[in-house]
Design a protein around this ligand. Structure first.
Ligand code: CUA
Length: 173
């Protein structure tokens, strides 16, 4: 089969582009730990307030017996509840988020914390924040007129300052 030299060049160009894209996928997945959440768990979004885990008094930051952190959040038009959370740096943090109404997204810029929050499902992301600081937690799926204002504040405190008297967290579970 004869392939025109120009056509051959384009085949190489296309193969190179595919190679670059695959390299980018593997680089972000392996080196930067960015990948789609694989967790599947269903929940009745209409009765979150009655659920064992997402009832109002269960929301927030919990220290696990093994020292890791669990954050239970509800996403609802237009906010993440609780509105402010504090977590320690350099510690494994597992976020569990459920929507009380429509599709939301949750994204902490400059970190690998990002997932959709689909009604009827529990979204789960485990990550570690290396640096202390203040981070916004934004909704990145259009969810209605108040979408632009749907954000909360995450304060990451240095590990040695955790816990302090001023940020008494519920412990246990
Ligand atoms: Cu919630 Cu946009």
């Amino acid at each position: 089969m004869h392939i025109h030299p120009l056509e051959k060049k384009w085949i190489y160009v296309v193969l190179a582009v595919i190679g670059i894209l695959l390299a980018a996928i593997f680089y972000t997945a392996i080196a930067r730990n960015i990948h789609p959440p694989g967790h599947i768990e269903t929940i009745d979004s209409a009765s979150l307030h009655l659920s064992e885990e997402f009832a109002e008094d269960k929301l927030g930051v919990w220290t696990q017996p093994d020292g890791t952190i669990k954050v239970i959040l509800v996403a609802a038009r237009y906010g993440f509840y609780p509105r402010q959370i504090q977590i320690p740096a350099g510690t494994q943090v597992t976020f569990r988020i459920a929507s009380a109404d429509v599709l939301h997204g949750i994204h902490i810029p400059m970190t690998n914390m990002a997932t959709m929050v689909v009604p009827g499902y529990v979204s789960q992301v485990t990550t570690t924040f290396p640096k202390p600081g203040e981070y916004p937690m934004l909704c990145n799926e259009y969810c209605g007129l108040g979408h632009d204002h749907m954000w909360s504040k995450v304060t990451v405190v240095a590990k040695e300052n955790w816990p302090t008297a001023s940020n008494v967290q519920p412990v246990g579970r």
